[in-house]
Ligand binder design. Sequence first.
Ligand SMILES: [Zn+2]
Length: 108
Amino acid sequence: MKKVYCQNCGKHIESKRDLFTTQIFFMIQAYCQSCYFERIKKVSALAVSNTPLNGRYSNFLALMTLVGLIMVYFAEIDYIKIPLLVVLSIVLFMRLYSFIRFERHLLF
Ligand SMILES: [Zn+2]
């Protein structure tokens, strides 16, 4: 199992409760709890999403995104179908990437 370290302070993150993954532009980064909240306070909300990519709320959003993706796919909205599919796919991909890169290495 790969170890997950906080990208800011280098602390070894041992549990999912201490892991906060966030998206900065198109890069996914892992932070420990204290660094995450400190960073969110400092960095503008434009660059960093205030919602961590991992966690229950995020899983719910991912599910909603998936439902949205399926609905858009079957909807008859040809003029915005492709851009919508691309955006929703990126959102889902980010969630998946956060899981594969960090979360699956942590048991709890
Ligand atoms: Zn840290």
